[in-house]
Design a protein around this ligand. Sequence first.
Ligand code: MG
Length: 278
Amino acid sequence: MKKKGLVILAMFIISDLEAQKRELITLSQEEFEEIEATTTELYRDLDRVTPGKEGAPPSDAIILFDGSSLDKWQKTFFEYSGSMAEYHEWLPSLKEGPYVTAPADWKLEEGDLVVVPGTGHLMTKELFGDVQLHIEWLTPKDTTKKSQDYSNSGIFLMGLYEIQILNSFDNETYSNGQAGAIYKQHIPLVNATKPPGNWQEFDIIFSAPKFSNSGNVLNPARITVFHNGVLIQNNVYLTGPTCYIGQAYYVKHPEKLPILLQNHGNPVRFRNIWVRKL
Ligand code: MG
């Protein structure tokens, strides 16, 4: 009985395909040209970008750190302590940048940017909204450390939305706080971490949240992340700034803000940081 049903179904599909074929074949030349004209884009000369060779940035990238200086960075104008209540205190009154603070005070060591515990976070002088960001980082081996204290840092898009940096190779912690997590909002799809002491890469695509004049969220922030070439966050929606304490929710803020690197008291190293405005 089942077999008979399958045969009838197959005959139906074949006859349907045949009907579609006949329909296409019977198009007149004029009809064909009309369809072609409505589905073909006129040629447009797109902006040219030359891809970088062997890990080098593409031609339209803004270089944020290439090992030569900390000129593109400065100290932050606020201290992230992880509380949603704290964001709510200063974010609504934040004016459009640029924001001028004090020179960056992390170490430049053998061409690497190194976190100096106790000095505070760093942020870019330039402001960004939607971006493609490439960043390389290294979590030093230190067996005296564990969980969130083992090489913790982070990349905060717009100073508010954190992609976690941590040694997550051999170090247990809560899943939405491991390397590549959108902190406390999205667990990475897989763990693509290398052992501590190795250079690792994040390639990030970030869409900034869009707000109405009255402060309603028109589009939430979205993030895609590749960790060492492996997709770990696939266009995930954020529920607000990433925070340690409190339920995240959106607070309207300027359209462009700095990119922030977190000082969590661990000597994490960075190199080859570049960004493309989208
Ligand atoms: Mg962190």
